[in-house]
Design a protein around this ligand. Sequence first.
Ligand code: VGL
Ligand code: ZN
Length: 234
Amino acid sequence: MKRRHFVSIFPLSLAAPLSLAVSNKIKPSSNSALLVVDVQNCFVKGGTLPVQHGEEVVPVINRLALLFDNVVITQDWHSPAHISFASSHADGHPFKQVQLSYGQQVLWPDHCIQGTPDADLVSSLHVPKAKLIIRKGYHQNIDSYSAFREADHTTGTGLTGYLQEHKINQVFISGLATDFCVAWTAIDARSLGFDTYVIEDATRAINLNGSLEVAWKKMASAGIHRIQSGDLVG
Ligand code: VGL
Ligand code: ZN
């Protein structure tokens, strides 16, 4: 719930020529970046791993992107026969959990294969000021939900260095899917020291066996702010 207080510096009996608007809106600065996670054909209607209502994030993100000097896009960018695909495992089926060398992995339908139209950004996404596209998940034997490091928690994508070089200390995260790539990106951002916000209505979730609720709990306990797109102003 948002409130706006008008604090008059004149007695009420006078017509106040000056009032100060005190509100809890957030205005991005030159030290803020918007991360637009995986808004790709694979994750919307008609794609290979559609997130319910995934396409609804597009107009929200298009509006938000105008408020930021710094915008970074990510793209899930898998090699064919990637280890995260159910089809790469003898007894695999989509949405099964398996143990891999680097930890638990959900197996997915084949999705976002490098260079295919399925991996393209959604064509209605309009983020003209984005300067960087980070592609992730291209190593055959490691998945990468996070925009910062791969699922081995070791191999970096280069995003940390990019943000540091641009003196960015605050990140706002949007895109797909809330409970996988958005949440993993947010948790890494926070653990790397960034002031981290997830813009809830600029995301949609896969929600596999309650994964959305688990993700919000983890993000809250990590100190990640949960906000709505209307909380941001230019
Ligand atoms: C994602 C599942 C598999 C995501 C990527 O973008 O959240 N989820 N690959
Ligand atoms: Zn993927």
